[in-house]
Design a protein around this ligand. Structure first.
Ligand SMILES: Cc1cc2nc3c(=O)[nH]c(=O)nc-3n(C[C@H](O)[C@H](O)[C@H](O)COP(=O)(O)OP(=O)(O)OC[C@H]3O[C@@H](n4cnc5c(N)ncnc54)[C@H](O)[C@@H]3O)c2cc1C
Length: 484
C-alpha cells in the first residue's frame, strides 16, 4: 500500500481523515471513478467490461480470488484443487491498467457522501465513487436455524469446500478405526439437505466416491456400504429443471444407491444426526456424522443497507429490487448486479450475474463517452438519463449427477445422459479462467472420470473447524497442532 493522488472531490481517505494509502492506478481529476464491490461473476465481469482508459476502476473484495462456485462440489469431493476454480483476481486483471484490485471487507456505503467504508485488518478505509457497482452476491441460509451451520456446513466459499472435504474423507477415516458398529454406521451416513443442482451433485459425488474411488482403500470397513441421503421439501428433486428431468435425475441417483427423500424437511439437526419430518408429519432420526447444507440463500446484507438509504424495496431473501437498467431505485449511479439484485424473477445463476454486469458496464461507458457529468452528491445522482433495460438471455441450465451423466434444460429442450454431460463439461471448461487451469482441470477430470482416482484428497489444518466438531464427540482426533 503506497500513495494515492488526491483530488478535491475524489479523494480516498481513511475514516480518521488520513489519505488512503493505495497504489491507485493513474488516479486523476478527469476520469470518473467506478468502484466495484465483490470479485464474483458480477464484480469480475464488470471490471473486465470496463476496460477503457476513460474510467478509473477500483474493485474491492473480501477474497483475493474470483470463485467459480459451480465447481465447489468438486473441490469438496477431491476432484479439483481450490486453485483451479479460484484464480487470483489480481492476476486475472493484471493486464487492465485502469483497474486496481483491493482486498477488503466492505462495512458500509454512504450514498450522501458517495463513499464506501471498508477495512483490511486494523486499517479502516473510505473510498469515494462516482459510479458504484454492488456485486456482493448471496450467502447460505439456514432459514433461521443458524446453529445448524456448525454441524452442516454450506457450500459458498473455498473454506466451506475444504472443510467439507475434511469432513467427508475424515468420516471414512473415523469409521475405519471405530469398533462400535452403530458409530461406524453413523460415520458412514452422509445427509445432503437441499436437492437443487448443488445438492444433487454433492450426493452423486459422495456416492461415486464411496462406490468407486474408495472401494479398495480401507481394510476394516467397506466404503461401498456408505449411506447417502438426499433430502428436500419439494415433491421432486431439481424443481427448476421441470418434472421429467427431476424424475430422470432421481432414478439415476437411486441406481447409484442414493436415498432420495422428497416432500421431507429437516425438523432438527445436531452433531449426532438429523431428524427428518415427512409431509404426513412422521419423524425419523438419521444418525449421521457428516451433514451438508445445500438449501436456501439469503442476500448479502449490503443490499438491505443501500436499499434503506433510498427507500428501495428488497424481497424476502434481501435482494434489492432494481430498476430495469439494474440501478438502485432513487440513485441511478449506483447499480446492483448478480445474486444481490432481483429483476423479472431472473434466477440466481452465473449468467445473470455476468450479463447484468456487462450491461451496467456498457451503460457507464456510454455515459462517460457522451460526457455526461458524474454526480458528486446523492441529490444530483437522482437525475437520470434514458437507459436501455437489462434483458437476460437464458442460455439454459445443467447439473451433473455422476460421471458421464447430467441433465440439461436449454430453451424448450430437456435432455439427460451422456450428451448433457459432455455439454456440461465443455461449458464449464470454457468458463474456467486461464489455459493452465483449463489444462489441469481436464487432467483431473480424466483421472476421476476415466480412472478411479481423485487427485485432491489432502486434508490439512484448514479443516480444523470440522475436526473440532468431530472431536467434541469424544473421538481421539488429532489436535489442531498436529498435522494430518
Ligand atoms: C455451490 C454453488 C453451485 C452453483 N452452481 C451453479 C451452476 O451450476 N450454474 C450457475 O449458473 N450458477 C451456479 N451457482 C450460482 C452462481 O455461482 C451465482 O449466481 C454467481 O456466483 C453470482 O455471482 P455474484 O457476483 O452476484 O456473487 P458471488 O459470485 O457470490 O460473488 C460475491 C463477491 O462479493 C464478495 N463480498 C461479499 N461480501 C463482501 C463484503 N462485505 N465486502 C467485500 N466483498 C464482499 C465475495 O467475496 C465475492 O467475491 C452456484 C452457486 C453455488 C454457491
Amino acid at each position: 500500500l503506497a500513495t494515492v493522488a488526491l483530488t478535491e472531490q475524489n479523494a480516498d481517505m481513511t475514516k480518521a481523515g488520513h489519505p488512503v494509502v493505495s497504489n491507485s492506478p493513474r488516479s486523476d481529476n478527469f476520469r470518473p471513478h467506478v468502484v466495484i464491490l465483490g470479485s464474483g461473476f458480477g464484480g469480475l465481469f464488470a471490471a473486465k467490461a470496463l476496460n477503457d482508459r476513460r474510467v478509473r476502476v477500483t474493485l474491492i473484495s473480501r477474497t483475493t480470488h474470483h470463485l467459480f462456485q459451480p465447481l465447489l462440489y468438486q473441490v469438496a469431493t477431491g476432484i479439483l484443487s481450490e486453485g483451479e476454480i479460484a484464480p487470483a483476481t489480481r492476476e486475472v486483471l493484471r493486464g487492465q491498467r485502469n483497474v486496481q484490485v483491493l482486498l477488503g471487507d466492505v462495512d458500509a456505503v454512504d450514498l450522501n457522501t458517495r463513499t464506501v467504508s471498508w477495512r483490511l485488518r486494523q486499517e479502516e478505509m473510505c473510498t469515494h465513487f462516482d459510479y458504484l457497482i454492488v456485486a456482493t452476491g448471496a450467502e447460505g441460509s439456514y432459514f433461521g436455524n443458524n446453529g445448524y451451520g456448525r454441524f452442516a456446513p454450506g457450500m459458498k466459499s473455498v473454506d466451506d469446500a475444504l472443510e467439507l472435504r475434511g469432513r467427508i474423507f475424515g468420516a471414512f477415516e473415523l469409521a475405519e478405526v471405530t469398533t462400535d458398529p452403530a458409530e461406524r454406521e453413523r460415520q458412514l451416513t452422509f445427509v445432503v439437505v437441499g436437492a437443487g443442482p448443488t445438492g444433487v451433485e454433492m450426493a452423486g459425488q459422495i456416492a461415486e466416491l464411496s462406490r468407486r474411488t474408495l472401494k479398495k482403500d480401507f481394510r476394516a470397513i467397506n466404503p461401498r456400504e456408505a449411506r447417502v441421503v438426499l433430502v428436500d421439501g419439494a415433491v421432486e428433486i431439481l424443481p427448476s429443471f421441470g418434472e421429467s428431468l427431476g424424475t430422470k435425475a432421481r432414478a439415476q441417483l437411486e441406481r447409484m444407491g442414493v436415498e432420495v427423500r422428497v416432500s421431507t424437511v429437516v425438523a432438527h439437526l445436531d452433531e449426532t444426526g438429523v431428524t427428518l419430518r415427512a409431509s404426513d408429519g412422521a419423524e425419523e432420526f438419521v444418525p449421521s456424522a457428516c451433514k451438508i447444507w445445500a438449501a436456501g440463500v439469503s442476500a448479502n446484507p449490503l443490499g438491505q443497507a443501500i436499499a434503506d438509504q433510498t427507500g428501495a424495496a428488497v424481497d424476502r431473501a434481501g435482494r434489492v429490487m432494481v430498476e430495469p437498467d439494474c440501478s438502485l431505485p432513487g440513485d441511478p449511479h449506483v447499480f446492483v448486479v448478480g445474486d444481490l439484485m432481483t429483476l423479472h424473477n431472473y434466477p440466481g445463476v452465473a449468467q445473470v450475474a455476468i450479463q447484468s454486469a456487462r450491461h451496467v458496464a456498457k451503460l457507464i461507458l456510454g455515459e462517460v463517452k457522451r460526457g455526461e457529468a458524474a454526480p458528486t452528491t446523492h441529490e444530483q445522482s437522482s437525475e437520470r438519463s434514458e437507459r436501455h433495460p437489462f434483458v437476460y438471455k437464458d442460455k439454459g441450465s445443467m447439473a451433473t449427477i455422476s460421471r458421464f451423466s447430467a441433465v440439461a434444460s436449454i430453451g424448450r429442450a430437456r435432455f439427460g445422459g451422456f450428451v448433457a454431460w459432455l455439454l456440461w463439461l465443455v461449458i464449464h471448461l470454457v468458463y474456467i479462467i486461464g489455459f493452465k487451469r483449463q489444462l489441469t482441470t481436464l487432467i483431473h477430470w480424466a483421472v476421476s472420470f476415466f480412472g478411479r482416482g481423485r487427485s485432491e484428497r489432502t486434508i490439512t489444518r484448514q479443516q480444523i473447524a470440522g475436526r473440532l466438531a468431530l472431536e467434541e464427540l469424544g473421538h481421539d482426533f488429532p489436535r489442531p497442532s498436529s498435522s494430518a
